[in-house]
Design a binder for this molecule. Sequence first.
Ligand SMILES: [Zn+2]
Length: 304
Amino acid sequence: MSIGKHIVTAALAFALLAAPAVAARAALEVVATIPELAAIAREVGGAKVRVTSIAQPNQDYHRVEARPSDVARLSKADLFVRVGMDFDQWADALLGAARNKRVSPGGPGYVDASARIKRLEVPTERISGASGDIHAQGNPHYYYDPGCGKVIAHNILLGLRRVSPGDAATFDANYQRFVAAIDAAMPRWQRAMAACKGTPVVTYHKNWVYFMNRFGVREFATLEPKPGIPPSPAYLRRLIDSMKREKVKAMVVETIYPKRFPEFVARETGARLEWAPYSIGVLGTQDYLSFVDRIVQAFQRACQ
Ligand SMILES: [Zn+2]
């Protein structure tokens, strides 16, 4: 009798001890559309989350082919984080197929990271598909700017607090730490980017509009005549002529793009061409801060 009672007590005690441990181990499932949002979600979620990205590093984020495993992951997700501004529209079909109300628009686990971002390059007239422009709601590449990185982190923080209010204090502390790390790095980035202040720079796609705006860099032109449209020989010739005329000497291009166009233009103009990462995970970058560091380094070298 007393042995039996002991077993029950022991089992009960074990159950009481085990239950919180199990709950603590069950991380929240976070699915982000691109690696940069995933990296920031990892910062804010810390040990409480398991984060995956649908787009892989150096996959053109404008055109992502979804995999069946993405639907499975979304169907179990607690939080979904997207760029918004019609950029990652390819995720809508996945969301529909996943049938997970929690992470669908209006659900507690749905995070549009563009909320409260001050949009740049919003078209004043309606863009027709024929123009080839793929930035119909304004420039969606705000995630390259570390100032916007803090806004993204805050949007993710609000989402995490909604889906797991019990962990709010942990998320708040992680968020504060991430913001403090960006604030601490900003003077270093500003100093390095001083070499580029007011300097005209040629890029490939309009990825760094927010980033360049932050650091006072002037975008002279892009190798693409319009976002998503590769350059024609005639366009390149005009670009080379105008770079020579205006004495433009700096080019920064992400390694994802065809090398032949920027290399040709650099050869013809004598401009200094530097390569930068398109995604976290490329060129030795591992997290958001090292990613910004690497982009800053490329601009600094190009502007020397
Ligand atoms: Zn774009």
